[in-house]
Design a protein. Structure first.
Length: 320
């Protein structure tokens, strides 16, 4: 038997795209006859017939394994579950909607199997087909992250990548509850080669990522990999304290020299509202960090397995 590649596929309401995905991935596997394959499909609490489609493929082919969550835990939890249960020498993460082109897999494997790289990742060089506003904010997110964090994050990076066992084991060492895979990939380090391709639209269905869900995801990434917001809030506090002292001195001097009482009720209220707003923003930033810490110290499982065809698993918390 040759080397084994585990393909981890997070699935959330992908009933309509899975048949096309398997059709395309079979073509790619046929071009790699010397390798063994394993599919690890993670049903992230889908509300459609995704699990039924997965079960049908699993009955037809023993290399198809699946885990179905007890509810929707999110893509990050699905990726973690797939990595935790994958048994291959190499592990691939890819979406089922074919926005991650399976045709790149042979080239990705060739680079990582040569020993020069520990992972091969992909990035989109265009965002054709995406709303302009969404593309703009996505680019700004990567710029902000690279300025605020020491973790290198590549603009247009996808979760689609192949990793050797050393890379995967390093990822699994980080059992944090609040996961941000794009940051974790960079934090682990090792040698990564980037492959570029033009954006590909979904073959069916709609994206599960709304604009506001992406905003929340971005905020989680910033909080997970940077303490800069705390520093910025502290700097604002120092600046506002300095301005307050200057204003106080100016008022005292004005009173002593001109005997002029403090005037300008509207301006005073505006200053109070400004300072109050900055205080609330600062407390909000601190609150976000405390909330993430609060969730971490609970030590809740990252996911709960509802159903699986993995051997030696009874659906306990979690599978494996």
């Amino acid at each position: 038997m040759g080397e084994k590649i585990s393909i981890v596929v997070p699935c959330y309401n992908e009933e309509n795209v899975l048949p096309a995905f398997f059709q395309e991935i079979r073509k790619v596997i046929a071009r790699m006859p010397d390798l063994d394959f394993e599919f690890m499909l993670i049903d992230d609490g889908s509300s459609d017939g995704t699990l039924d489609v997965i079960k049908a493929y699993a009955r037809q082919n023993e290399i198809v394994k699946y885990i179905s969550f007890s509810r929707n835990f999110g893509k990050e939890a699905a990726i973690y579950a797939g990595l935790r249960n994958a048994s291959g020498n190499y592990v691939v993460i890819m979406d089922a909607d074919l926005q991650d082109p399976p045709a790149l897999l042979p080239e990705m494997y060739r680079h990582v199997s040569g020993g020069e790289y520990d992972s091969v990742a992909t990035r989109r060089v265009t965002r054709q087909g995406e709303p302009r506003m969404r593309s703009f904010f996505a680019r700004q997110f990567y710029k902000i992250m690279n300025r605020l964090s020491s973790v290198d994050m590549v603009d247009g990076a996808r979760d689609y990548r192949i990793m050797n066992r050393r890379f995967v084991n390093a990822l699994l060492e980080m059992g944090e509850y609040n996961r941000f895979s794009k940051g974790l990939f960079g934090w682990v380090g090792y040698r990564t080669k980037w492959l570029e391709y033009k954006n590909i639209e979904r073959i069916a269905g709609e994206t599960k990522w709304s604009f506001w869900s992406l905003v929340r995801y971005s905020i989680e990434g910033i909080i997970a990999f940077s303490t800069a917001p705390l520093v910025i809030s502290a700097v604002f506090g120092v600046i506002m304290s300095g301005l307050s002292m200057v204003s106080l001195i100016a008022i005292v001097v004005r009173k002593m020299m001109f005997g002029d009482p403090v005037m300008g009720w509207a301006s005073i209220i505006s200053v109070i509202l400004l300072i109050g707003g900055l205080l609330l923003v600062t407390l909000g930033i601190i609150g976000q960090y405390l909330a993430k810490t609060y969730l971490e110290v609970k030590h809740r499982p990252i996911y709960i397995c509802g159903e699986t065809n993995l051997p030696d698993s009874d659906g306990a918390i979690p599978c494996k």
